[in-house]
Ligand binder design. Structure first.
Ligand SMILES: Cc1cc2nc3c(=O)[nH]c(=O)nc-3n(C[C@H](O)[C@H](O)[C@H](O)COP(=O)(O)OP(=O)(O)OC[C@H]3O[C@@H](n4cnc5c(N)ncnc54)[C@H](O)[C@@H]3O)c2cc1C
Ligand SMILES: NC(=O)c1ccc[n+]([C@@H]2O[C@H](COP(=O)([O-])OP(=O)(O)OC[C@H]3O[C@@H](n4cnc5c(N)ncnc54)[C@H](O)[C@@H]3O)[C@@H](O)[C@H]2O)c1
Length: 477
């Protein structure tokens, strides 16, 4: 332990980012404390990844069992499917309690001091904490801020947490409204439309930009629309802004043209889920005590070592990770950033390689990607003077997918034509979220399609979809 300090490292926020940083800090021999104002595990464990994936698992089964045509093709007949909303909600809730308990125990077992209360930077290498039993100050040689994010609700939208709500309430599955509007077609909008339609709700999806799923590769978004939106009970309103949402029975939504802002229609629905993005939870963190200002949106500015910057200069011994930095609002990115921050605290130079961090939407089927979209790769190619190649392969040509009767989907590899380096991979199809890691590792090691095309994949597996795409890229198939 560093002399003169209570701790080597004090972490503010025990979400996935703070947890990942704490585990790595202990393995590096740092005496560590973690400060948490609310629920251990933060957004991912309590209101994000974990409960939403539990709901997707249960609702996905319901969808599958309702699909008589699909079951019949496998020789199966099911006479009626019943589900209990409360029991599905309990499955999610029980999973949250279990993972939160496991996360807390893992910290305790490793000797991390958990301090319950609201932490605040109180000058260099000092954190003050408002606890139930009063104010307490601890010193740390280094401080990591991992305070996370909260839902962003656009002006004009009123939340009553019952008829108009965000994912914070959505994951509790308190109601199954017959007709629900979902504002936003990003990750949360997509995943919840999957849950609600599987459980029998009618959905109207409202997206302000002129494309659904604007963050995804265009080919993937087109297929996603064909598989995940069109055949389901989902009406879409694209290029349309939810200008005002008023809670009640019914919920009243004023729809405006996103460009002119003029009201074009009024919707009356049973409920509304607002999934319009997230903002950093960085207010009242005492950053001014060390001369740090957040950016315009409230994110803490950091370099790729995760050191906090003020006016472009590194603030000594202060680090920030996770959603609060806005670099990539994903759980695994937050904990990877935590590991990188700790490595640098230990004087081992390490940078976050965002290019190789994968992302996934856990819809049925799943969508996943890593690296550049085709459009972004082509822009980069123009700038740097290289040509971009694209190779696609389809689940309908994959024996395992056909055996499962789930042969809808595509894998797309985007690569440099001159060197063969893989720039991006995009998959939609069965188990896409698991399949992406081979591509993520390939990008992390800057591997090329020329090498990857000769790696051997077990047969028959879904991983052969990617194998096929690499082989097509080099023209061997
Ligand atoms: C519905 C939903 C589904 C999601 N699904 C996925 C998914 O499938 N995969 C994925 O990768 N990501 C998913 N995410 C995103 C993921 O949850 C976040 O990227 C992740 O939680 C960020 O971790 P974090 O540690 O930065 O912040 P958080 O998890 O937000 O944790 C921050 C913690 O800091 C605490 N805190 C804040 N201020 C203070 C303070 N002053 N003092 C003490 N404590 C403080 C908060 O109480 C909180 O517990 C999902 C998000 C949502 C909303
Ligand atoms: N599987 C996962 O990894 C996962 C799942 C859920 C959430 N998350 C994380 O949570 C974050 C938040 O998710 P999200 O879906 O809320 O945000 P998002 O940024 O992915 O999508 C928000 C969408 O809402 C639209 N929008 C904003 N205001 C609008 C308005 N007034 N009317 C109509 N449309 C409007 C935007 O154009 C955008 O397409 C994501 O950035 C993601 O990092 C990840």
């Amino acid at each position: 332990m560093t002399e003169g300090f209570d701790y080597d490292l004090v972490i503010i926020g025990a979400g996935v980012g703070g947890h990942g940083a704490a585990l790595h800090a202990v393995s590096c021999g740092l005496k560590t404390a973690i400060v948490e104002a609310a629920d251990m595990g933060g957004t991912c464990v309590n209101r994000g990844c974990i409960p939403s994936k539990a709901l997707l698992a249960a609702s996905g089964r319901v969808r599958e069992l309702h699909n008589a045509h699909h079951l019949k093709s496998l020789g199966i007949q099911v006479s009626g499917v019943e589900f209990n909303k409360e029991a599905i909600a309990s499955h999610a809730n029980n999973l949250v309690s279990k993972i939160r308990g496991d996360l807390t125990n893992s910290l305790q077992r490793l000797g991390v001091d958990i301090i319950r209360g609201r932490g605040k930077v109180a000058g260099q290498q000092k954190v003050s904490i408002t606890t139930e039993s009063g104010e307490k100050t601890v010193t740390g040689k280094d401080i990591i801020i991992s305070s996370g994010s909260i839902p962003w609700v656009p002006p004009g939208i009123e939340i009553d947490h019952k008829t108009v709500f965000t994912s914070d309430e959505g994951v509790k599955l308190e109601s199954l409204p017959p007709w629900i509007a979902i504002v936003g077609s990003g990750y949360i909008g997509l995943e919840f439309s999957d849950i609600y339609t599987a459980l029998g709700c009618e959905v109207t999806m409202i997206e302000a930009l002129d494309q659904l799923m604007p963050g995804f590769d265009r080919d993937i978004a087109t297929i996603a629309e064909r598989i995940l939106i069109k055949p389901r009970d989902i009406e879409t309103k694209v290029g349309i802004l939810a200008k005002s949402v008023t809670p009640g029975t019914p919920v009243v939504i004023e729809l405006a043209d996103a460009k002119t802002k003029e009201v074009v229609d009024v919707l009356e629905v049973d409920a509304c889920l607002v999934a319009t993005g997230r903002i950093p939870d960085t207010k009242d963190l005492g950053l001014e005590s060390v001369g740090v200002e957040t950016d315009r949106k409230g994110f803490i500015t950091v370099d790729d070592r995760m050191a906090v910057l003020s006016g472009g200069e590194v603030v000594p011994h202060l680090w920030a990770i996770g959603d609060a930095t806005g670099k990539m609002m994903l759980a695994h990115a937050a904990s990877a950033q935590g590991v990188v921050a700790v490595e640098n605290i230990c004087d081992r130079h390490r940078l976050v390689d965002y290019h190789s961090i994968p992302a996934a939407a856990f819809t049925h089927p799943e969508i996943s990607f890593v690296g550049y979209t085709e459009t972004a790769a082509k822009d980069l190619g123009k700038e740097q003077g290289f040509e971009v190649g694209v190779a696609k392969s389809y689940f309908k040509g994959n024996s395992k997918a056909i055996a499962e009767g789930e042969a809808d989907g595509m894998a797309k590899v985007v690569y440099r034509k001159d060197t063969g380096e893989v720039l991006g991979v995009h998959i939609i199809g069965m188990h896409a979220a698991d399949l992406i890691h081979e591509a993520a590792n390939a990008i992390a090691s800057r591997n090329t399609v020329n090498t990857l095309a000769y790696y051997v994949h077990a047969h028959p597996t879904l991983s052969e979809v990617l194998d096929e795409a690499y082989k097509r890229a080099v023209g061997s198939h």
